[in-house]
Design a protein. Structure first.
Length: 126
């Protein structure tokens, strides 16, 4: 969905103020949501994800399901599902990628090659 341009929004606001000017609503342009500074928001893809900081300042985000449920590894360009390995707590795989979680640490291998190593759980996000 395309975002409306500022010029279009300004035009709509101006036209609205002309129409509603006699109704006592001319102060609409001073409402708080028009004057507040932009606020950085967490990506919807990261909501509910556990975030890790790894070697070389790389990042890993994982959305864990309930016990025995799959986990989703979230990268900016893609997401993929990993199923829990039976009888191997903290281990998830899809046959190609393997995530190992031990306490506050995690690592991710792809095809047997380490992709993200020595990942430590990041401090809670606000």
């Amino acid at each position: 969905m395309k975002k409306p341009s500022i010029a279009l929004l300004a035009g709509v606001l101006f036209a609205s103020s002309l129409v509603l000017g006699g109704c006592g609503l001319e102060k609409i342009t001073r409402m708080g949501f028009w004057t507040n500074e932009p606020v950085e928001q967490k990506s919807p893809r990261l909501v509910g994800a556990t975030q890790y900081t790894c070697d070389d300042n790389k990042r890993l985000a994982v959305r864990f399901g309930a016990a025995g449920q799959p986990a989703m590894v979230v990268f900016p360009e893609r997401e993929f599902r990993l199923d829990p390995v039976k009888d191997a707590a903290g281990r998830y795989t899809n046959g190609r990628n393997t995530l190992v979680v031990e306490g506050e640490s995690a690592s991710l291998d792809e095809g047997g090659t380490p992709v993200l190593a020595k990942c430590k759980r990041a401090a809670a996000q606000k």
